[in-house]
Design a protein. Sequence first.
Lengths: 270, 191, 187
Amino acid sequence: MKEKKMTAMLLAAILALPAGEAVFASDAAGPAVNPDKTDIKATYVEGTVKTAPVYSVDVQWGSLEYTYDSAKTITWDPQTLKYVETQGTPEWSCGENADKITVTNHSNMEVGVHLDYTKTDANISGTFDQNDFTLKAPAENSEQAAAESKTATLTVGGQLTETEEKKKIGEVTITVTGLEEPAGELKSTQNVEYSTTLYKTAKPGVYKATVECPEYGYYYFQFIIDGTTYYTSDNGLKTNRPASIYMTQGTKEEWILDINKLSITRKTIS
Amino acid sequence: MKKRRFSAALTAALAAALSFTGMASETKIEQSGGTASQDVSAVYTPVKEAEVVYSVDIKWGSMEFTYTAPDVVKTWDPESHTYSETLAGEGKWTHEEKANEIVLTNKSNKALTAEITVAMLQNYSGITPELSAANLSLKDASIGATTSTPGTASEASTAITLKGALTDKTASKTTVGNVTVTIKDAEEVQP
Amino acid sequence: MAKKAKARQDKDRKSKIVMLVLLLIAAAAAGVTVWALFFRSPAPELAPDYAPKKAEEYAEPADAETEEKMEVSEGGGAVSMIYKKEAAVSLSENMVSLMFQNPSKSVNDIVLQLVLAQEDGTETVLAQSGTLHPGYKVEQLELMKEAAKLAEGTYTGRFHVLYYDPDTAEKAVLDGSIEDIRITVTK
């Protein structure tokens, strides 16, 4: 019996020793830890909100039917007993709003709108008062009617040959492009490493990028569109070989890259 | 909230109105890079028919007539030693060549008619005028005409003759009546 | 004595008033006479037997080139007329717009009347031109007094065309009447 008591007391002493050390250690590090309870802590971090672009653009067309008045006048001349034809200034006209195209953006992102007129009658042209514009996305929870819309007016000009029937003279095509939609990467491939996102614009074949280079010097930028590599240079875009473009450190620029015209337009923002 | 509902309702009404005044159709584009197309058409306004230009020529003779009274036949009556007078036949009206003619020429691009009327003055009501044609038809001069090919002026004429006796023995180039030429559009013949 | 003097004074004053009134009446009469003789424009004689000496004031030269005169038999006449069958009366301006031309190839002078037949069959001359010589046209005429009574609206009238010998100014035995002239009357 005595031996059992001694053993238990020794064991207890042994067990007490590390607990005492733990006390000393925690005294050195911070407040005392209750040996019976340990807190589990958790911290909430917001997840990345991923919004898929949803495009919904309404296009309201006018009838796009025009009337051509040749301004030809025929008068009877009783002295010569012949008809006399006089030509005034021909005029084009249309019904109210027939020449209007209204575009309304119900998408959840800004869109670019581009209007094209293709003539099918070689003598008649069509021009818009505005053929490139952007439409902001409606605010979340806003009414349908609050969506931004813009209206373009098509004016036709030229000469229509005499015809009895209504004749097709051209076609209007509207293209809508999501403006925050990346088109690729504008990447520097030599010297200094740098890349920035290339975005689509309203006009097909025209892209934009914000460029802010870390160092002075010549950069060899390139980007790929539909399998074709375009290289930037001080004289525009090249497709045959890399070329350099001089950049200033710390200057933020907005670039418009037009693969149709192989041109670069640079604008300093800051 | 009320403001929002009101503006929404107003915008919807305006949109509806726009849709009824020349806006022909609607399209929806639901993807980036999406396109929509619409035909543009034209109608040719036909050249207006030429307005009618009236042009009429009138030519007339002197309208001077000479009345030759019938011969007076004097017969001697040996019983009474007086003459009795009788008129041999009737008086005669004469005139210079073409003096009694009226000619109308129509150069209008419209068919016309002309009505000729002769009114004798009150003192000469015993004289009766006669017309060879009281109503003249004048065709449209523009028939067959173009900007290079001339049409044809149409002509019509009438002649005045006088009947009856001139009782005024002192008449010498005295006005005995007037002539009026009344011009109207010819009535269009319905096909 | 004083009474007599006062009576004489009253009589004198009355005489003076009477003389003053008579003088005023005489002056007014003289004024009207002078006006009537020298300042009043007389209304033209309708369908005169002789062409008015004064050419139509609103006549304008019409032909670009002078044409060869029409053939005319001795004592006769010849006219060419170019006209439109519409006339627009403006009551406020006291004018009528129309078109009547006496081409240069005409031999005779013309006086033009715009005539309106009333419902009772009588005719009213709305306007009469002065002499329109060959080579001239008229596109407006002053209205006659009677035209002021017209109500706004559309009427059908006629042109009465009088022809005159260019040498003797005598009216020809023949005159013309052009029917169905559309007359629009506005304020």
